[in-house]
Design a protein around this ligand. Structure first.
Ligand SMILES: [Zn+2]
Length: 83
């Protein structure tokens, strides 16, 4: 027989997103953050100068456009969702 009891748990959720490049707060939609910003996380190998460090950053859509405009080869569009 199992006897249940109520427990309170805490959940972490994103409260605010700041663009790492321009420092502006990324607009939050009333239902939450949608895919309106770019997030990256990378764990670097030894010998890269960032030995074993994991880096993470978020950038707004405007800064993403500016960043990829500097690429010699544009990002590959893997999928396009029709709205
Ligand atoms: Zn930005």
């Amino acid at each position: 027989m199992k006897i249940a009891k109520l427990v309170t748990t805490q959940k972490e959720e994103t409260d605010k997103v700041i663009c790492n490049k321009c420092g502006r707060e990324i607009h939050k939609h009333p239902i939450g953050y949608l895919d309106t910003f770019f997030s990256a996380q990378k764990t670097w190998s030894y010998g890269t100068g960032y030995d074993g460090e994991t880096h993470s950053f978020d950038i707004c859509a405007e800064c993403y456009a500016e960043l990829i405009s500097q690429f010699k080869i544009p990002p590959t569009i893997v999928e396009r969702i029709e709205f």
